[in-house]
Design a protein around this ligand. Structure first.
Ligand SMILES: Nc1ncnc2c1ncn2[C@@H]1O[C@H](COP(=O)(O)OP(=O)(O)OP(=O)(O)O)[C@@H](O)[C@H]1O
Ligand SMILES: [Mg+2]
Length: 489
């Protein structure tokens, strides 16, 4: 099957870049809005403060002059603005006196001194309208577009001077606020654009860096999918680094995969080899029979016996292979509480009938074991069969001991007085198809699957099996299982 092309191109890089851009943009806009508003608010409050001060000073100076008639007030106001040292910070200062002309430091604002050069009649008419609107007393703060000045924040407050109520006012153009806010916007635009460009570049590069190993991994996975198990990720970066941990896990997984494939291949090759031997014998015998024109009935029976033996060997091999194939599955075991004394006795009686040996059974502890009785019996039979095969007829000793272990486990020990298993072979005898003396084993019909099956059964129970050092001569194999509840404990 063709491996599909990995769909991982550069999505991660772009997604990361877009995310950074979006986050930066939103946060920059929020900061900008706050700074923009705040700058405006601060300047406005400064302007309010200034015009309040100026109107206060003007009112104060009119009061101290004790002017009471319109003309006196007008004159006093004019003096304040021209003759007196002019201290006001406001652009526009004025006094509205009922029955007299408005006094202001910017007379044009009130429609005087018209027209300016270049102004049309319409301009002048509009400006006069604005001037009239300003000359109408309206105490408090308000904004008004003034000719040649623009939007202006104005404060007018009435001042009682004897019988007369004059209105003093001051105004400051709001253009400074706008200019400051434009300045903020410009600065933000420049700095923001530069920062955004830098952040985009950085996140694109970071994204490329992060996604590079992922893309390499995808490429390797594609090759693995196509059947090539050799490539591995190179381990860059510090130990514990996420990408490195991922690469290590990935390589480890590939190692395991290669190992599993290898052992599976080996297993199939070994199994085929083991099956081929009896099949060759069967074919050879049938050919011998077919070559005879009129075979005797003795000859036919001899061939039949041989074929039966070879077929039995094949059946056992197939049964064993099936058990090993099932051992990894979750429903391999059907555990139940097994009464240890009656179970062991029954098994051992059965085994004792299969051969002529001195079968010995040590004391068996009372209690029950959580186990699959059929699989446990199969494991014990495999161990006993090995002991029988390696001891001499009649006087060979085959012994089973059952001992409680660590209070919650049970140990089955099968010993014999045969040649024993050589120490360097004690681990390898549990490998599939491994035999210490292949020629002899094969003669006995052994394929080297007995002990691997015992190990698979032990491990499925959460236990283990080991070939141990015997006391004296012979072999000693220990099968240890958890799940024992001793009587009275
Ligand atoms: N009690 C024993 N004494 C001496 N050698 C043993 C004993 N039990 C096992 N072995 C050695 O370990 C090897 C593996 O044993 P195992 O039971 O897996 O295979 P087998 O007996 O050869 O074949 P099978 O059990 O499939 O019929 C045997 O071939 C034998 O060499
Ligand atoms: Mg065996």
């Amino acid at each position: 099957m063709r491996a599909p092309e990995p769909a991982l191109r550069s999505g991660l890089r772009w997604r990361l870049t877009l995310w950074v851009a979006a986050v930066m943009l939103v946060s920059a806009l929020a900061v900008f809005a706050v700074v923009y508003q705040d700058t405006g608010a601060q300047l406005r409050s400064q302007i309010r403060h200034d015009i309040t001060d100026d109107t206060g000073q003007l009112a104060q100076s009119l009061r101290t002059l004790r002017a009471v008639s319109s003309t006196e007030v007008s004159a006093a106001a004019r003096r304040y603005m021209t003759a007196l040292p002019y201290r006001a910070t406001s652009t526009l200062v004025f006094t509205l006196v009922p029955g007299a002309a408005t006094v202001s430091n910017v007379p044009e604002a009130f429609g005087a001194d018209r027209p300016d050069p270049g102004e049309t009649a319409a301009d002048q008419h509009r400006e006069n309208e604005e001037g009239r609107s300003l000359a109408k007393p309206r105490p408090g703060y308000f904004t008004l577009p003034l000719p040649d000045v623009g939007q202006t924040l104005i404060l007018e407050r009435p001042v009682r001077l004897g019988q007369l109520t004059a209105v003093v006012g001051a105004g400051e153009p709001l253009t400074t606020v706008e200019q400051a806010q434009h300045g903020v916007a410009r600065a933000f635009l420049l700095a923001g654009a530069a920062a955004l460009a830098l952040a985009l570049l950085a996140s694109y590069l970071a994204g490329a860096r992060v996604s590079a190993p992922l893309r390499r991994m995808a490429a390797i996975a594609t090759r693995v999918n196509a059947g090539d198990l050799a490539p591995r990720m190179e381990l860059a970066g510090r130990r514990g680094d996420e990408v490195r941990v991922l690469a290590e896990a990935f390589n480890h997984m590939l190692d395991r995969l290669a190992e599993a494939f290898g052992s599976q291949r080996e297993f199939v090759a070994d199994a085929s080899h083991e099956l081929r031997t009896p099949l060759t014998v069967i074919r050879g015998q049938l050919e011998v029979l077919a070559a005879q024109e009129d075979p005797s009935s003795d000859e036919v029976r001899r061939v039949e016996r041989l074929l039966q033996a070879e077929i039995a060997r094949i059946s056992r091999l197939v049964d064993d292979l099936l058990v090993l194939a099932q051992a990894d599955q979750t429903n391999f075991l059907r555990t139940e509480a097994v009464d240890v004394p009656s179970f062991v006795e029954e098994i051992w009686d059965g085994i004792s009938l299969t051969a002529d040996r001195r079968f010995e059974l040590g004391p068996v502890p009372d209690g029950s074991l959580q186990a699959d009785p059929d699989r446990l019996a199969q494991a014990l039979r495999n161990l006993a069969r090995n002991a029988i095969e390696h001891t001499s007829e009649a006087d060979g000793v085959v012994r089973l001991e059952v001992q409680p272990m660590d209070r919650i486990g049970l140990r089955f020990v099968v010993t014999d007085d045969g040649p024993g298993i050589p120490a360097p072979e004690r681990e390898r005898v549990f490998e599939r198809f491994h035999r210490v003396d292949a020629a002899r084993s094969r003669a006995n019909g052994g394929a080297g699957l007995g002990l691997p099956i015992v190990r698979a059964i032990a491990e499925a129970h959460g236990g283990k099996v080991v070939a141990a050092e015997a006391n004296g001569r012979g072999a000693r194999v220990e099968l240890m299982l958890p799940g024992f509840a001793g009587q009275g404990s």
